[in-house]
Design a protein around this ligand. Structure first.
Ligand code: UD1
Ligand code: CA
Length: 457
């Protein structure tokens, strides 16, 4: 759309009581600042200026890592000292002094705003030809927000909580913190703001009364859904905002055909994708960029992070991190797929099995109590209970290669680097340190001693 944006994210967020800057705190799994940038990006503005200050490296890193589309046109501006929202905008002056057009300004701590709302707001601003449009909403409890002072339904000024008189504090129409400005008029007014107020800050909100005094046309756009403009200033509000986003996400998924047995107890982060008729039982934590196909079942306290799962998979009470799980795989209960695990079709991983950087080809079964690290297992091989690949000698990691149609007897220890051939058989309880050829039997254990009648002596 035909505007640029300025997003303020330099503040410390004192009320968060945190060692981290406010805007990197996560709402339903993504940093607040990334959530808002993601919504803005959908409108494809000409460019986006993000004002950073307090711990700017951390905020910038969060944005660079998590941003929805990697093609966001972002320019960072440093506000050395956080002297107020007006001061923050002033520090971007150099980035738009040549620009003659509309600027949408937002705060980095309002993560519930939707792109649709922002686009409706912009259309309204365009049509009304206002110098400035401010988004407002009606709040039953307006505490903490700037109040909209109107005269004859015309916006006169915005008064901050700290400066508001008892009468003004009763006003329920509040400043949502989203504005559309005309760049030239914004620059003119910014030059006139001061910090003669209770907080000793340069308030952006003073731009409104300055423009009113110059007979500019100021409009308000009243948003009926006041939830959307909620600013997050404390960790209580952070949890509230997360909950709202979670409900939104769950509802979207259900609309698209996903079955959530108990949405209130299901935690699905913003960027997770799930196919239709997949059933998610309560207790699931689906995080990051996880994708799950159709017709699958995610049961119990299963946590899946940044992983890709196919159709018809069934996972019970397990943890899956940065892994790939193909169609018809069954996992759990109580399995752990660590980074770099790849389970191909029809693999079964059962109770207390851990995999790491390992590929299990089609049809491999490993039902119980096993560790497979840095391992490749060929098709249809069966891994007996208690099998351990010893991939680490204390200094280096080594690989284990197991062929297809092999059978690894229970309680085997495979000391890497080692190769077990196709169709090989490893006798239970063996410690295998030498390669085993195709079709061979290898047993490594003492002969069983039997002394008849021993107990009778
Ligand atoms: C602000 C508005 C208030 C509005 C509310 C909506 C002002 C003066 N007040 O109040 O009218 O109702 O938002 O949520 O604008 N920031 C900077 N640099 C600074 C100060 C702040 O970049 O020097 C950033 C913060 O990081 C934050 C945003 O601006 O993302 C808003 O600042 P905050 O202190 O939360 O303002 P509020 O008191 O909530
Ligand atoms: Ca705020």
């Amino acid at each position: 759309m035909d505007f640029m944006t300025i997003i303020l994210a330099a503040g410390k967020g004192t009320r968060m009581c945190s060692n981290l800057p406010k805007v990197v705190h996560k709402v339903n799994g993504i940093p607040m600042i990334c959530k808002i940038i993601g919504e803005i990006e959908k409108l494809n503005p000409q460019k986006n200026i993000v004002v950073l200050g307090h711990m700017k490296e951390i905020v910038e890193k969060a944005i660079e890592e998590k941003i929805i589309g990697k093609n966001a046109k972002i320019e960072y501006v440093l506000q050395e000292e956080q002297l107020g929202t007006g001061h923050a905008v002033l520090s971007t002056k150099g980035n738009f002094s040549e620009y003659n057009g509309d600027i949408m300004l937002l705060y980095g701590d309002t993560p519930l705003l939707r792109s649709q709302t922002l686009s409706d707001f912009y259309e309204y601003h365009k049509k009304s030809d206002a110098t400035t449009t401010v988004m407002t909403t009606i709040c039953e409890n307006p505490y903490g927000y700037g109040r909209i002072i109107k005269d004859n339904n015309q916006v006169k000024k915005i008064i901050e909580e700290k400066e508001a008189s008892t009468e003004e504090k009763k006003i329920k129409e509040v400043n949502a913190g989203v504005y559309c400005f005309k760049s030239r008029d914004l620059l003119n007014a910014l030059d006139k703001i001061n910090n003669n107020n209770e907080k000793g800050e340069y308030y952006l909100t003073d731009v409104i009364s300055i423009q009113v005094s110059e007979n500019k046309n100021i409009k308000s756009y009243i948003l009926t859904d006041n939830v959307e403009v909620m600013g997050v200033n404390s960790k209580i509000e952070l949890a509230e905002a997360s909950k709202i986003l979670r409900t939104r996400k769950n509802n979207e998924l259900m609309k698209d055909g996903v079955i959530l047995i108990d949405p209130d107890n299901t935690y699905i982060e913003e960027n997770v994708e799930i196919g239709k008729d997949t059933v998610i039982y309560p207790g699931a934590n689906l995080q990051g960029r996880t994708k799950i196909g159709e017709n699958s079942e995610i049961i119990g306290n299963t946590r899946i992070i940044d992983s890709i799962l196919g159709n018809n998979v069934k996972i019970e009470n397990s943890v899956i991190e940065e892994s790939i799980v193909e169609n018809y795989v069954t996992i759990g209960p109580f399995a752990h797929l660590r980074k770099g695990s790849h389970l191909k079709e029809y693999v079964h991983i059962g109770n207390f099995v851990e995999t790491k950087k390992s590929t299990l080809e089609k049809g491999v079964k490993s039902g119980h109590l096993t560790y497979l690290g840095d391992t490749h297992v060929g098709e249809n091989t069966n891994i007996g209970a208690g099998t351990i690949t010893c991939n680490f000698d204390g200094i280096n990691k080594f690989k284990t290669e197991i062929g297809r149609d092999a059978f690894i007897g229970s309680d085997s220890i495979l000391v890497a680097p080692v190769v077990i051939g196709d169709n090989a058989l490893i006798g239970a309880g063996s410690v295998i340190t030498k390669n085993v050829p195709d079709n061979a039997l290898s047993v490594e254990r003492n002969k069983q001693l039997i002394k008849t009648g021993w107990r009778k002596k």
